[in-house]
Design a protein around this ligand. Sequence first.
Ligand SMILES: [Ca+2]
Length: 122
Amino acid sequence: MHILIKTTLTAAATALVTGGLAVPAMAGTEAKAASCASDRVCFWTKTNYQGDMFSVPSNGQCKNIPARWDNTASSLIVGSRAIISSMRTKKDCKGDPSPSYTHGARVPDLGNFNNKMSSVTA
Ligand SMILES: [Ca+2]
């Protein structure tokens, strides 16, 4: 319960070798490739799935966001079998609610909810 997995997106210095030419991957490629495990909800600290990523399981329970990630989420992806009932601005799923998001939703910019999530029911 309340398991969070943290990964850090790195500016991958990926190079594609095509016909003998090394072609650096375009910056936008990384954001487009962002994904989330089917049964989890993934959040990024910056818009467009950039910055640090953390995730929570989608199990219908309220989960408080650990201090390190409190009020940092700026974009999100909902796993293909996951949902967000609502994010909330205070701990214990109190405070103002966000909209709900269904299977596979991709939200590159949380807008009014940017940097406001302190708990989530997912
Ligand atoms: Ca942020």
